[in-house]
Each structure stands twice: as C-alpha cells, then as structure tokens.
Design a protein around this ligand. Structure first.
Ligand SMILES: [Zn+2]
Length: 189
C-alpha cells in the first residue's frame, strides 16, 4: 500500500499540468492542476494508511512478544503454603485507628475546632460538656444514661457506637448513638 501510495505521488508530481498553446509557450491548465492535486491527496492518504497499518502491526507484534515473555516468566504454580511468607499480623491493626475526629471536637456554639482534651472553647469560651467516651472493655449494659430529649433510660445492648436504650418513658428500646448519651450511673462490674 505504501509502494502504491509512493508510486501515485510520483506519478502525480510528474504529471504535466501545462498545455501547449501552439505558439510555443505553455500555459498551466487549471483542470489538470486540480487533477494533480487530487492525485497527490489520494496517494498521500494511501501512503499514510499504509504507514499506520505497518505501525499497528509492529505494536501488535511487540505486545505479542511481551505477552509470551510475561507468560514464560510467570510461576507455573503457587509455592506450597509452608513456603509462602506469613501474613503480616500487626497487633496495632486490630486497634481502632486514631482519626482527626477522635483528636478534636467542635464547639457547639461557634463550631471552632478544639482538641479533644480541651475543656473550654478557645474562641468563644464556651465550656465543653464532658461526656464519657465508651471504650472497649467498659461495662455499658445495665448502665443508666440520659439523652437530651428522651430522658433517662437503661442500656440493654451495645453494638459499636450504637446502644439499645430502654428509656423510662418508652416501652420499646431505642437504638441511640453513644455520643448523645451521658452516663447517670455506670453499671458495676
Ligand atoms: Zn466556641
């Protein structure tokens, strides 16, 4: 295809675009000129298409070769379990990770960030209500808690941050986020 294109290009360039006027001088003929340019464009397209096809074929060959190399280098089977590296067990991974949210709190009045240990807002001076933060190992079930709108109740079960609380004024236990609860009386161990 490239050869065809090149041939076409040469042929178009060699084309005589002038015609004899009979007086001895030659005049360029617009029709022939346009035919030459058509030939140039067509041949050029053929040439470029050929180049692209050859390029694609080269890329495909390279990919094929790469594929066989990878396949040849890949291990045929996984080593037996005893030879595999032991899974990395880091005890710190099982601990809850500290996040920015853990280390800070937000002022309820001005929404300024404060460190978790702060007792007063640095911006507006509001005193922070200190809430016991439940941790693993805390005995929570059976504790008396207070909720700002539901009143007092007793924790019946805990799942993560959520506690099932049977409030004194309600018949069914309600799932409550721990952060809304303050301890009135912690259950004894
Ligand atoms: Zn504040």
């Amino acid at each position: 295809m490239i050869l065809l294109g090149l041939f076409g290009l040469l042929a178009a360039l060699a084309m005589d675009t002038s015609v004899s006027t009979g007086i001895g001088s030659r005049v360029e003929n617009i029709g022939l000129l346009s035919r030459q340019s058509n030939g140039l464009i067509g041949s050029g397209l053929l040439f470029m298409t050929g180049c692209i096809l050859i390029g694609l074929a080269a890329v495909r060959d390279a990919v094929d070769r790469l594929g066989t190399t990878i396949a040849a280098n890949a291990p045929r089977t996984l080593p037996p379990v005893s030879q595999r590296p032991a899974p990395i067990s880091d005890s710190s991974d099982t601990q809850p990770r500290a996040t920015i949210a853990d280390a800070t709190k937000t002022c309820s009045k001005c929404y300024a960030l404060a460190s978790a240990a702060a007792t007063k807002c640095m911006r507006c001076g509001t005193e922070f209500q200190v809430r016991p933060i439940p941790k693993n190992g805390d005995v929570l079930v059976g504790s008396r808690v207070r909720h700002p709108s539901f009143g007092e109740g007793e924790i019946e079960a805990v799942d993560g941050d959520t506690a099932m609380v049977r409030f004194d004024k309600r018949e069914k236990p309600e799932p409550m986020n721990m952060s809304y609860l303050t301890f009135v009386e912690k259950a004894a161990l």
